[in-house]
Design a protein around this ligand. Structure first.
Ligand SMILES: [Cu+2]
Length: 113
């Protein structure tokens, strides 16, 4: 029971710490705009989201113990991701090719319509 409560508190603390970052961005809560989360873990970006439209939010959530980045090949964005941190951009149309500037073998690409 105590264990369950500790877990519940931990989950709530995580959600509480996480949600204001998204809620603070009014674009994320605007109707029709979706948030696409790319998990970053074990030196890799998770599955790339599909169906992304210009104006949607693309968020990287770093669950790794190392610092990473999501750095656009064409220079349109460069977000640093400390361990446990999240960061987001507003998607613009085109193919968003990105890599980690700390570990250049980490790459990803999202098509935005
Ligand atoms: Cu990295």
């Amino acid at each position: 029971m105590l264990r369950t409560m500790i877990l519940l508190v931990a989950v709530l603390a995580f959600a509480g710490g996480f949600m204001p970052a998204v809620a603070a961005d009014t674009a994320a809560t605007a109707p029709g705009r979706r948030v696409h989360v790319i998990l970053v873990d074990k030196m890799a970006y998770g599955p790339m989201p599909t169906g992304v439209r210009a104006g949607d939010i693309i968020e990287w959530a770093n669950h790794d113990i190392l610092e990473h980045s999501a750095t656009a090949r064409d220079g349109r964005f460069d977000v640093d991701l400390k361990p446990g941190a999240s960061a987001h951009i507003t998607a613009t149309a085109g193919t968003l090719a990105f890599f980690c500037k700390f570990h250049p073998t980490m790459t990803g690409s999202v098509v935005v319509k």
